[in-house]
Design a protein around this ligand. Structure first.
Ligand SMILES: Nc1ncnc2c1ncn2[C@@H]1O[C@H](COP(=O)(O)OP(=O)(O)O)[C@@H](O)[C@H]1O
Ligand SMILES: [Mg+2]
Length: 269
């Protein structure tokens, strides 16, 4: 689905923000891109949808090389929910905002109405369709942005820290929604996050550090490497820290029941 080869990007000549990055993302998978603040995650997301242009390297989406002549075709396949929902609210009301992308796709009116209602409901915003952006909280705008992206039925959806403004209940709802989309519809998903607990739910993880690929692999395997996590400057959740300490302790690690219980606890969100 995605093949990134030797990608490099810089805003100005002084600092390379993405340094020779290569990775692949298979169709139907849920991949988390992890990294602390400033590691280049949002920049990478913008590169993947062709909003900014790489200095060198190639991005293939479904075997299409992303460039100026293919960018429109690629955008038909890739949807993105940006980190800051204020910057992407384009409609006068919630209804218009969710409908915006659908109107651009020139779908029939009845289909637009149907999708707006379906997806507003999916994110719990069905009672807010007539509201204007100033009447909404950050979390509510984030939900609207998610509905708008999902309604377009793209092959790949990138969520850039899309739960950052939600309360714990909202985080759980959106997390479950992403899980369900991936499991039931085989939707290819990239979630950008600095939350290890959240990344633990995805199939595969790519860890960025200062624009470079620090590590990649299954979260269940990568997250056992405490040194790696410390190196990535990500905050290790308490539950995972306890687990890692227990499996290192000769006396405790043989207690299978304890080890299993702690691991199961970590997998619960
Ligand atoms: N428009 C811009 N011009 C110059 N530097 C930028 C711009 N946007 C982001 N940066 C810088 O690029 C680095 C990586 O940013 P970003 O990709 O947003 O990281 P992340 O999403 O991982 O927090 C940061 O140091 C940030 O200050
Ligand atoms: Mg970011």
């Amino acid at each position: 689905m995605i093949n990134v080869k030797n990608l490099k990007f810089t805003y100005d000549t002084t600092k390379e923000l993405i340094k020779d990055l290569s990775f692949k993302i298979p169709k139907g998978s849920w991949v988390s891109i992890l990294g602390h603040n400033g590691s280049g995650k949002s920049t990478l997301a913008k590169l993947l949808v062709g909003l900014i242009k790489a200095e060198s390297g190639d991005i293939y989406i479904d075997n299409i090389l992303l460039n100026e002549s293919s960018v429109d075709e690629v955008r038909k396949k890739v949807g993105i929910v940006f980190q800051n929902p204020d910057n992407q609210f384009v409609g006068v009301t919630v209804r218009h905002d969710i409908a915006f992308g659908l109107e651009n796709m020139q779908l029939p009116h009845e289909e637009i109405v149907k999708r707006v209602e379906t997806y507003a409901k999916l994110v719990g915003m069905q009672d807010y369709l007539k509201k204007e952006p100033f009447q909404l909280s950050g979390g509510q705008k984030q939900r609207v942005a998610i509905a708008g992206a999902l309604a377009m039925h793209k092959d790949l959806i990138i969520f850039d820290e899309s739960t950052s403004m939600l309360d714990p209940e909202g985080v759980l709802e959106v997390t479950n929604l992403i899980k369900k989309l991936n499991e039931d519809r085989n939707q290819t998903i990239i979630t950008i996050t600095h939350d290890l607990d959240f990344a633990l739910l995805s199939d595969y993880v790519i860890i960025l550090k200062d624009g470079e690929l620090l590590a990649e692999g299954k979260p269940q395997e990568l997250f056992l490497n405490k040194e790696l996590l410390q190196q990535s400057k990500l905050t290790i959740p308490l539950g995972l820290q306890i687990y890692l300490d227990v499996i290192k302790d000769d006396d405790l690690k043989n207690n299978k029941k304890l080890v299993d219980a702690l691991w199961t606890y970590n997998l619960k969100t």
